[in-house]
Design a protein around this ligand. Structure first.
Ligand SMILES: Cc1ncc(COP(=O)(O)O)c(C=O)c1O
Length: 385
């Protein structure tokens, strides 16, 4: 193989996650699959068609480059929505390809109308409200001005949606802030209703909001992490699976979609009292059988996992010894029988009944599961299994 590791995407797990989530949100709520960050590391070009196979027709990305990628693999009738960055010159492309986008400032609104005039197609926009996240979004006075502009330019602009994002719906410590945001959304919605500007769908919920605050699901939910089989955090899992189940722990209804695998590159016997690899961070006590795995920090295996991380070799959990290098790491396989060049290595996933979760990987590196996934390089080959 030309690559040093590969990613497997579990189709069955994905379809089960979708069924569980869609069932929870009900048939009247559109399910938008959030595929920004290269579909949370899973790969846009794999996850979008897979989503379509299981009935998803709405996809959310962050930026124009991701929208372009998504457009290349989408089927007719699938909607692409940009939730963040698109520069004025790309608006014409978005408008002529029917890609909808968030508008959170007057400048983009005017540029959208201009692009619509130029292309002869209507700009499909989502008005983002500032409800208390303080990232992007119109506050009330700006919103009124924007609505006047939209009304005057109604032949060129369609308001497809009204939206906001919550500032940490996964954590109970943000409860009051989120509740306040929900109220502010309601108030700004009234402003739109009073303006007489027609609007499409109201959408505010990410995975955590949709799970913890069912009222936020409205007409459309933007679901990222949960569809990939992961919980936004442990609290959300406890809320959904344990509290709602009479405090009984039931089976996790979400299943991880991704696994990350490699193989042993070489095996070496190292005598006792020798430093392994660069520097002097690991000294062997006794004779050690060491395997080299061709995955390093360039592939997304964090250097902070030096002398700390674990991988599975032939279905056994083994420690990383020494520093993680740019392209490889060394692991101690003294206790594992029969390790040789080509032996199975699992970095994230299950082998021999042992599971190496993204959560444990993320915890050791002090990274969110979101970050761990999104940092997986785009050029690792992905296969649907
Ligand atoms: C605007 C917006 N909506 C939805 C999501 C999806 O969030 P999650 O992955 O927690 O479902 C995100 C992700 O950060 C986002 O920025």
């Amino acid at each position: 193989m030309y690559h040093t590791s590969y990613i497997e995407l579990d189709e069955k797990a994905y379809s089960r996650n979708l069924s569980y989530l869609k069932n929870k949100f009900g048939p009247d709520t559109v399910f938008s699959s959030v595929i920004k960050g290269n579909a949370y590391g899973h790969g846009i070009e794999h996850m979008l068609p897979l989503g379509e196979k299981y009935g998803i027709r709405h996809f959310s990305v962050f930026s124009a480059d991701e929208a372009l990628k998504a457009c290349k693999v989408r089927s007719e009738g699938s909607e692409i929505m940009i939730m963040g960055m698109i520069d004025d010159p790309e608006l014409e492309w978005a408008v002529s390809n029917g890609v909808s986008f968030y508008v959170f400032e007057q400048g983009r609104l005017e540029a959208a109308a201009q692009a619509a005039r130029k292309t002869g197609r209507k700009a499909r926009i989502h008005i983002e409200f500032e409800t208390g996240m303080y990232r992007t979004g119109f506050e009330k006075p700006e919103l009124k001005k924007a609505l006047d502009f939209i009304y005057e330019n109604r032949e060129h602009i369609t308001v497809e949606g009204l939206c906001t994002h919550y500032a940490g719906a996964e954590s109970v410590s943000n409860y009051l802030r989120v509740k306040k945001q929900i109220k502010v959304f309601g108030k700004l919605l009234k402003v739109v209703q009073q303006s007489g500007v027609p609007y499409g769908k109201c959408h505010t919920a990410c995975s955590a909001a949709a799970i913890r605050y069912p009222k936020t699901t409205m007409d459309l939910v933007r679901i990222g992490i949960a569809q990939y089989g992961l919980w936004p955090n442990r609290e959300t899992f406890m809320h959904d699976v344990v509290e709602k189940n009479g405090n009984e722990i039931s089976e996790n209804p979400l299943q991880r979609v991704i696994s990350w695998k490699s193989q042993v590159m070489s095996v070496k016997e190292v005598p006792g009292n020798r430093f392994i690899g660069y520097g002097s961070s690991y000294l062997t006590n006794d004779t050690t059988i060491m395997a080299t795995v061709p995955v390093g920090y360039t592939h997304g295996f964090n250097r902070s996992l030096s002398n700390l991380g674990r991988v599975l070799v032939n279905g056994k959990r083994v420690p990383v010894i020494g520093l993680v290098n740019m392209n490889m790491m060394m692991v101690d396989v003294t206790q594992v029988q029969g390790v040789q060049k080509g032996s199975r290595v699992v970095i994230i996933g299950t082998d021999g009944g042992i599971d190496l979760t993204i959560g444990s990987f993320a915890e050791l590196t002090n990274r969110l599961n979101y970050e761990t996934l999104a940092r997986l390089p785009q050029d690792i080959p992905r296969y649907i299994v």
